[in-house]
Design a protein. Sequence first.
Length: 100
Amino acid sequence: MKSPQVKELARERIGILVAAALKEKDEELAARQAKLAKKVAMRFRVRLPYEARQLFCKKCKAFIVPGRSARVRVGRAKTRAVRVTCLKCGHTYRRVLATQ
């Protein structure tokens, strides 16, 4: 069983790695950093934050950066949703926005 301090440190490291991957211009290095963040999460049995989970393609599991390796579109229909298309495998998935 991992101690709470170790899990908290793992969460910090994951946050640092994901932030660095988002800022990185080199796609290969960004993918490596994101993969390492996922590996740390699995090793220490820590769940990735929602924001970090959304940065991985649901089909090919590649790290996607909105605007660079993924196309993001906002729908105008009754059910407002954001459509994210992975530019590596072409998979499209939706995130439904809350209506107010």
